[in-house]
Design a protein around this ligand. Sequence first.
Ligand code: IP8
Length: 287
Amino acid sequence: MDKTITDDNITLVKLGGAILTDKRSTCTTAPDSQWTGIFEQVANVYKHHNQNLILIHGVGSFGHPQAKKYSVRDGVAHDATKDMRKGVCLTHAAVLELHSLVIKTLIGMSIPAVSVTPFDHVVTSGGIDATTSTSFERMCHRAHVLLQQGYVPVLHGDVVMDDIQYCTILSGDVIMRELSKYIPSVKRCVFVTDVDGVFDKDPKTHADAELLTDLSTAHQFDQASSSSSSAADVTGSMHGKVKWARRIVEDSPGNKEVIICRQGTKASTKAMSGTPISSSQRMTVVK
Ligand code: IP8
């Protein structure tokens, strides 16, 4: 588990909930072969490339269904009749169940993975969009220090307490943005998901959907055709990813590469390993 850690070559990788879990049911992981394949790919990148990784994972069916049922994202702002405390407990418990499996799998592959749980570090003020980066500093600092000590910090989407609306949902996509702001030397942020990148239409329902290999932050989507998900998802699925990917680029124009790619592909290995990206890769680079 020895590795020299410097602040160069830090890559942030978010493993989406759609690849780690079966989003059609509740608290169900992806099939074993897919699960193992995802972490073997990460482990190979960690062991064979000079990258210092901070991992973030989405929660899929371990958190979204519970958060949806109790309207945890809106807290008491919209539904004072729901038992918010129960919603917080059930959502956090489900998230931690998945998180524990992730950590154990990584350690089993000799990756020095340690947990940084947002619930313990972040308190928002009036939901995510109204909250300033100051609220995320403790969490980001903790992850950065652990990285410098030679660990692979692992964060995850979570429920967090909110000092105005009682609670809200913090997506791993937002965590990616906050970490990249807090650690200016981060050069690359990679969203690993179940599609090759961002398409002009939803590729799961439109056979003629085209991959957008370069996505400008100014690109306008056709809302009607670019989203579809029957599964519970309280953080916006691909739209959420694109929103926060754009913010990462806009925070630091020209300084960070933001890539959206599919798990298990050559493209995602290149993206995670810091290899220069060529235009022939099947992925989306947000610019
Ligand atoms: O799956 C959502 O995180 P994400 C967190 O990264 C919860 O969007 C608890 C729904």
